[in-house]
Ligand binder design. Structure first.
Ligand code: GDP
Length: 525
């Protein structure tokens, strides 16, 4: 197969949802269609449960699971599908944001009863920043939930994207009858408690009296009315708008019952984008270019201290990656080759000889890589767009064992390179501040410093509202600001200027007083 056709048949995406909406269940059903697994229950949820904060064995176990399920590749029809898993626990949201930089599209799962939830909203913001095409699966139609039209309005309003139903439910809950597949013009009938990958009934004309036979008179009338309303309110599905991230097709179903999942997948492979051009600092890189290029978006450390190796996950942006070929590590300016790159097919990690743009390969690593590093065939490229977001929680990190300063520094640096949390160094007193999305990350850092680096840390409280990256075209004003706010100025890991605002009010005042300074809440601007 030519390079071009290999790349065109690739679909690399992530499934995102608020915890419990059904992401794990849907993932599992999708894998079933690819023949990747044969029994239900085989996909381990990598959710780190709230209770796990006190149970470290549990966290370790779950981290182990999450490396196995980080990328799930499988073949379906003529397509090569790569699902990138994202951690469910909100304390690891930063990990999810980064994973979203490596996908070409996203499927959002929404619970029909709960509608749009906090985590969904936040993840959608990240998709919007990058114009990532999204498709929505409304799950749990076998349960009572919101009215489908109300839900569509809610999706539009809460997610800030236009929607277009491509399937439509016939009732829900106890009286759920099935869905009408608008995209393919056929009918899927639901049988409760039957894990059916049932055959569909072709139905291009819902005005045919046949419809009554299948769903009963009342439902038939209602479906016709609904369809009329849909066609009146929503314009024709526009694929270009979907690809531009402006329009989200919506499907209804029940992941648990494997209902409506095949319809979603069939439409997905047909309309979802193959790998798209990616912007580097130097130029736009087209996936079909012969030369290989890629970037590291995730690093997974081995929790076994006797076995200090990581897996660095590379998203291939262009061309073909080959085993044992020399590639350039741009930040180090040196050539490297990899004798045992792994790919993740059908739930197994295996050594691969080649992989194509869109694919993810895992490179065994002993500290050469950090998040955002670029690898190429030789050209100097730096891929953009792996943002850090202003953390939500902050603590001073202090050395609790003066004999182990070196170990502590090394541990902190490596954990930050891995993207576990963010480090800010206060320029006034030199103290180190760790910023996280949630409490759990502090616990993971403390635990890992001790077990992997033999270093002990202690947390001290600091009351901070936000860390903002600042920049200005007016050097004098910037200088002036830094002098005035000297006590609140810090540098991030890359040496960028960060203003630590201790309250919303202080931040507001600073924004008012220094009109020529731009305050950013993400490190990419
Ligand atoms: P995640 O947190 O988003 O990965 O959600 P899970 O896939 O773990 O699902 C959360 C719960 O919802 C589990 O108990 C599932 O069995 C259940 N669930 C998932 N899909 C459906 C569905 O279609 N109908 C019903 N009734 N329950 C579902």
């Amino acid at each position: 197969m030519s390079l071009q056709s290999e790349i065109l048949r690739r679909r690399t995406f992530a499934i995102i949802s608020h915890p419990d909406a059904g992401k794990t269940t849907l993932t599992e059903k999708l894998l079933l269609f690819g023949g990747a697994i044969h029994v239900a229950g085989a996909v381990k949820s990598n959710k780190i449960k709230k209770t796990a904060t006190s149970d470290w064995m549990e966290i370790e176990k779950q981290r182990g699971i999450s490396v196995a399920t980080s990328v799930m590749g499988f073949e379906y029809r003529d397509y090569k599908i790569n699902i990138l898993d994202t951690p469910g626990h909100q304390d690891f949201a930063e990990d999810t944001y980064r994973t979203l930089t490596a996908v070409d599209s996203v499927i959002i799962v929404v619970d029909t009863a709960k509608g749009v939830e906090a985590q969904t909203r936040k993840l959608m913001e990240v998709c919007r920043m990058r114009n990532t095409p999204v498709m929505i699966f409304v799950n749990k139609m076998d349960r009572e939930g919101k009215d489908a039209f109300d839900l569509l309005d809610e999706l539009e309003a809460e997610l800030g994207i236009a929607v277009r139903p491509l399937s439509w439910p016939i009732n829900q809950g106890f009286s759920f009858k099935g869905v009408y597949n608008i995209y393919k013009e056929n009918l899927q009938l639901f049988t409760p408690n039957k894990q059916s990958i049932g055959e569909s009934v072709a139905f291009s004309d819902i005005n045919s009296p046949e419809l009554e036979k299948y769903v009963g008179e009342h439902n038939a009338v209602k479906l016709r009315e609904d369809m009329e309303l849909i066609n009146g309110v929503y314009s024709e599905f526009d694929n270009e708008k979907y690809l531009a991230g402006q329009l989200a097709p919506v499907f209804f179903g029940s992941a648990l019952n494997n209902f409506g999942v095949k319809e979603l997948l069939d439409c997905f492979v047909e309309i979802a984008p193959s790998p798209r051009p990616i912007q580097s600092q130097e130029r736009e890189v087209n996936p079909f270019e012969e030369a290989f290029s890629g970037f590291i978006f995730k690093i997974h450390a081995n929790m076994d201290p006797n076995h200090r190796s990581c897996i660095a996950f590379v998203k291939i942006c262009s061309g073909k990656f080959e085993r044992n070929v020399n590639y350039k590590h741009i930040r180090h300016g040196k050539m490297m080759r990899f004798s045992s790159p792994t790919a993740f097919m059908a739930q197994k990690k295996e050594t691969v000889d080649e992989a194509y743009a869109g694919d993810i390969v895992g490179l065994p690593d002993t500290g050469n890589f950090k998040i955002g590093d670029t690898l190429t065939g030789g050209e100097n490229l730096h891929f953009k767009g792996i943002p850090s977001f202003s953390p939500e929680m902050f603590k001073y990190i202090e050395n609790a064992d003066p004999m182990k300063t070196k170990q502590l520094d090394k541990g902190i640096n490596q954990l930050m390179d891995e993207g576990v949390a963010q480090l800010f160094t206060n320029q006034y007193n030199g103290r180190k501040i760790i910023g996280t999305v949630g409490q759990l990350q502090f616990e993971v850092i403390q635990y890992r410093l001790l077990h992997e680096y033999n270093a002990q840390c202690r947390w001290e409280p600091i009351s901070l509202y936000k860390a903002c990256w600042i920049e200005s075209d007016d050097a004098t004003e910037l200088d002036n600001f830094k002098k005035r706010k000297a006590q609140y100025m810090a540098k991030d890991k890359e040496g960028r200027d960060v203003f630590l605002a201790d309250s919303g009010y202080v931040l507001q005042m600073a924004q008012n007083d220094f009109k020529n300074i731009r305050f950013h809440f993400a490190s990419e601007f």
